[in-house]
Design a protein around this ligand. Structure first.
Ligand SMILES: CC(C)(COP(=O)(O)OP(=O)(O)OC[C@H]1O[C@@H](n2cnc3c(N)ncnc32)[C@H](O)[C@@H]1OP(=O)(O)O)[C@@H](O)C(=O)NCCC(=O)NCCS
Length: 484
């Protein structure tokens, strides 16, 4: 699909994949044969019969037609163009999923219900605790700005400032957790959303405080005429002129967790780009909701009985069945969040740095995956946690374990509190990444490493999902299977 190279293209690729001596020999022999041979890859494919006619006319009969060469599938052949096979995989994938889609429709009918989504956010139409939490979040941001303003003019000592920031940041984590536990009208999805926003706020204000502290340290060390921000000479803002409401709120809404005084800005808002990302965002939101309701929920509901009966072979069968929709939804979620949503926000704010993800799909090790799939979080971890620990003389191994511990804490925080149960599956899932990273880098290299990374993504997540859903059902509901 999509291969416009035609006959000339495939001939060129075949030639390129042989040993160089054979290729040279062949090129020498074929040289007078016609315009297809050579580097001119863009030349139109010639009439296949034309060169042969010329060759037959001018040279003796072909006494030999064999040469020393490997079969294409042998690794010694050097052949690496499996594009056609990749296309075959895509066609097979579409066909097998079309069958699954039909099977699902025949079995369950249409389960997609947009109205049901509203009930996930609201239990009592007169009580909106999650929304109230989002509004209250402004208080913490403004408190941070006030502390920073006073620190900038020396009205507070650094120790008092540190104490106030620590209290503010601790409250940011505790308040939504307390509301999620104590207020009955908040739904699990509503409290997950509030906790997610508060976690982002925590990471952003942590970064804001760090960068302003670094600016003060630079200012203290610099001569009076030198700007505090290292590269600020030609830039617009230097410390402490950045301590304004506008600057703070720009950072709070910008698609990054790392603060800086002068963010790179794009020259203008590209309307067509923005419209495309917006349409993607809306379409993929619907698609995710539809796939969850139509595909994941019945599969999960049908997994409860095997779990209850401890029927291991059925549990594994259910797990593998859940792995497919779970993985699709996760891939869609990745594109939706990191490409569509973050680009929409960045485009609207003319935020220039669009590196929200790198090529994690080529990961040949678990470490590479964590360095590349979620760049805003990874950047924050490196800048505000990992490097400061290294600078304090902590070993790399301890610093890495520290980062994964913090990440495991936040993953558990975002799942356990909304569900009001502590099972540590998410925490364990993150902590397991450290030995897994060691094992993959030690025993699985190249394509094998890549396959292991995909396998852990495809199988690891549904295990955690099933564990939580099972425990939640056991705690809150009677099991009611939705079909066979
Ligand atoms: C733990 C983690 C931060 C390690 O990252 P890493 O890239 O493997 O770490 P490295 O040792 O290669 O070094 C990273 C940086 O520290 C720098 N560094 C290394 N040793 C250093 C030292 N002694 N002093 C100062 N800097 C040092 C490196 O130069 C590199 O800098 P760069 O990013 O500017 O190139 C990363 O795996 C991670 O982000 N994990 C958590 C991810 C996560 O939880 N994501 C959640 C997504 S939902």
């Amino acid at each position: 699909m999509g291969d416009r190279g035609g006959a000339g293209g495939s001939r060129r690729r075949r030639t390129g994949s042989r040993h160089s001596s054979q290729a040279a020999e062949e090129e020498a022999r074929d040289a007078p044969a016609g315009p297809d041979v050579g580097a001119g890859g863009d030349a139109p494919p010639p009439d296949p019969d034309q060169p042969r006619v010329a060759a037959v006319g001018s040279s003796p009969r072909e006494l030999s037609c064999h040469r020393l060469q490997e079969s294409l599938f042998s690794s010694d052949s050097g052949f690496s163009n499996y594009r056609g096979i990749l296309n075959w995989c895509v066609v097979m994938l579409i066909l097998s999923n079309a069958r699954l889609f039909l099977e699902n429709l025949i079995k369950y009918g249409i389960l997609v219900d947009p109205i049901q989504v509203v009930s996930l956010f609201l239990r009592d139409p007169y009580s909106w605790p999650a929304l109230c939490l989002l509004i209250v979040a402004n208080v913490f941001a403004l408190a941070t700005l006030q502390v920073e303003k006073r620190l900038a003019v020396g009205a507070l000592t650094e120790q008092v400032g540190l104490l106030l920031h620590a209290a503010n940041l601790a409250t940011i984590l505790c308040l939504p957790a307390a509301v999620a536990f104590l207020v009955d009208s908040i739904t699990p999805v509503g409290s997950m959303l509030a906790l997610w926003v508060y976690t982002i706020l925590f990471l952003k204000l942590f970064s804001y405080r760090d960068v302003n502290l670094w600016c003060r340290e630079l200012r203290a060390g610099a001569r009076a005429d030198k700007p505090a921000n290292g590269a600020a000479a030609q830039r617009s803002v230097s410390y402490p002129d950045n301590l304004t409401y506008g600057d703070l709120y720009y950072f709070l809404f910008a698609p990054t967790l790392c603060y800086e005084l002068n963010f790179p800005r794009s020259p203008r808002i590209r309307k067509r780009f923005l419209l495309r990302r917006l349409l993607e965002m809306l379409f993929l939101t619907q698609l995710q909701v539809g796939l969850i309701q139509q595909w994941m929920v019945p599969t999960i509901q049908n997994s409860m009985k095997p779990f209850k009966d401890m029927d291991y072979s059925r549990i594994i069968e259910r797990l593998l069945k859940l792995a497919v929709p779970n993985h699709f939804i996760w891939l869609i979620f990745f594109y939706w969040l990191f490409h569509s949503c973050l680009n929409v926000v960045a485009e609207l704010m003319r935020f220039g740095d669009r590196e929200f993800y790198r090529d994690w799909w080529n990961s040949e090790s678990v470490s590479y995956f964590w360095q590349n799939w979620n760049i805003p979080v990874h950047k924050w971890c490196i800048r505000h946690f990992y490097k400061p620990m290294l600078r304090c003389g902590v070993s790399k191994w301890v610093a890495r374990t520290g980062v994964f511990l913090a990440s495991a804490f936040f993953h558990e925080y975002l799942v356990s509190i909304p569900l009001r149960m502590f099972r540590l599956w998410a925490f364990t899932g993150m902590m397991v990444q450290i030995p897994l990273a060691w094992v993959t880098s030690r025993f699985f290299l190249g394509n094998y490493g890549n396959a292991v990374v995909w396998l852990t993504l495809i199988i690891g997540q549904p295990v955690a999902v099933l564990m939580y859903v099972h425990d939640y059902y056991v705690l809150h509901h009677e099991v009611a299977p939705a079909g066979a």
